[in-house]
Ligand binder design. Structure first.
Ligand code: SF4
Length: 295
């Protein structure tokens, strides 16, 4: 197949995702998040549309079983700013829906709300990543992505329209976006605007992303290094915080989500830290709440 792939989280044994396909209309990512994991595999480049993408997708779809979940996108964003002009992801949704596939969108952009008309017609769910409500911190961490209030507004619009939506508070990074009260507030606002699920995880460092964070936050650079490089553990090529530190970081998010009756899941945390109190960790289980399936 040319553009469709079985989802492979870089072979992580800690991934709890169900079987699904992943699809990337764009290579690179113009959001340029400092913590991005993908850059250590594919470099740091702006979003560029793939050539002949729709033609290749239509051919690939003939080779897989209808009804499968296709996620846009696991290691790039399907809604970079250029999508406003190109509408490549919009066309992709139409092709997937028309051919009988289930759609999971994972994005950091409010542009997704533009496509509510298509998403209403096909079984789908949307996960929007919001790591902090602090506009200043978000601007440093995710310089190319829309500010968090616009993303939250997109959650509200999707939910109001009847499209199941969740929020990824992912990653939580020590000393940057880990204030327990602010995390609880984020979960509460997520619930208020209609999110059904929270998926959360701690930041797992790779050499390049840790360096970017250290340069952007020089006051905590040495402590970050100590927590990850010396005190943390190496798991499948990533530097993880030690287990107790990860439990502490995620506790406010998990506790608040449980208290509010939201679905809650962690992502790639491993034994002792993982919780999946949701149909699936990745939000694909929310597709079954789509109104096309519940008429
Ligand atoms: S939106 Fe996702 S893929 Fe794009 S830079 Fe941020 S973390 Fe990386």
């Amino acid at each position: 197949m040319k553009v469709l792939r079985e989802f492979d989280p870089w072979k992580s044994p800690l991934c709890t995702c169900p079987f699904k396909y992943s699809l990337h209309p764009y290579t690179g990512c113009s959001h340029f998040c400092l913590y991005c994991y993908a850059t250590s595999y594919i470099g740091r480049k702006p979003s560029v549309p793939k050539k002949n993408f729709i033609e290749n997708l239509e051919k690939d779809l003939r080779q897989i079983v209808k009804g499968a979940v296709v996620e846009l996108s696991s290691s790039s964003d399907p809604y970079p700013p250029i999508e406003m002009q190109l509408e490549l992801t919009r066309k992709t949704l139409e092709v997937l829906g028309r051919n009988g596939f289930r759609i999971l969108i994972t994005t950091k952009s409010d542009i997704v709300a533009r496509d509510i008309d298509i998403l209403l017609r096909y079984p789908s769910a949307v996960m929007i990543t919001i790591t902090t409500l602090d506009q200043g911190v978000a601007k440093v961490l995710e310089p190319g992505a829309p500010p968090p209030d616009r993303r939250m507004e997109a959650v509200r619009k999707l939910s109001r329209a009847g499209i199941p939506v969740g929020i990824r508070i992912d990653p939580v990074i020590p000393m940057i976006n880990d204030d327990p009260e602010k995390l609880r507030e984020l979960v509460n606002i997520a619930r208020d605007v209609g999110a059904l699920q929270i998926t959360t995880s701690t930041y797992k460092a790779r050499g390049d992303s840790l360096k970017r964070l250290q340069e952007a936050f020089p006051d905590i650079a040495e402590k970050l290094r100590r927590m990850y490089v010396y005190e943390g553990e190496k798991i499948h090529g990533y530097m993880y915080l030690k287990k107790e530190a990860r439990e502490k970081l995620l506790k406010p998010v998990i506790e608040e989500a449980l208290r509010l009756g939201l679905y809650i899941a962690t992502c790639r945390e491993g034994p002792g830290v993982t919780i999946i109190n949701a149909p699936t960790c990745d939000g694909s289980g929310l597709v079954s709440r789509h109104r096309t399936l519940n008429r």
